[in-house]
Write a protein that binds this ligand. Sequence first.
Ligand code: SF4
Ligand code: SF4
Length: 159
Amino acid sequence: MKKIIKNRFIIQGIIGLIVYVFLFVLNISLIWILLAGIITGIFVGKAFCRWICPIGFIMEILFSKKDDKSKQLYMYYKAGCPIALINGILNKYSLFKIKRDKDSCKKCGKCDNVCYIASLNNEYSLYKENKKEPSLDFKCSRCLECIKECPTNSLKLEI
Ligand code: SF4
Ligand code: SF4
């Protein structure tokens, strides 16, 4: 799983290119892409933005610098996209969610450090009690960096 997450950007580039070909070379209706996007949302929430979307791929190149302003831009860049809108809401209800094994978690905080929601707003945390859960938030785009960084494999995407 961590290997797949590590290569997410390449995977998104390849899938994004396929989506582009479907849309603009084969002239497949945008409705089918919307439907496919929403179906992914039912399963995994807003993953479409960071794993499939060709526009998301380009936006990540433009806005994924490390400074806070870029992160803020990056968080909200999809505000006008219907797939991002619906799937952001579905983050709370999707079949697969990011779950933490409390027993193995060492509370090192590495997950929060890489999460663009928790690192910018201390009301959120993936491991601290009594904080808002970033992976259930509208803004989580299932980058899965939190899972990749966890040294104890305490975070998993599961039912
Ligand atoms: S990175 Fe893993 S071990 Fe560290 S706080 Fe987060 S869930 Fe716990
Ligand atoms: S997948 Fe994890 S690291 Fe990425 S935004 Fe969601 S909670 Fe944060």
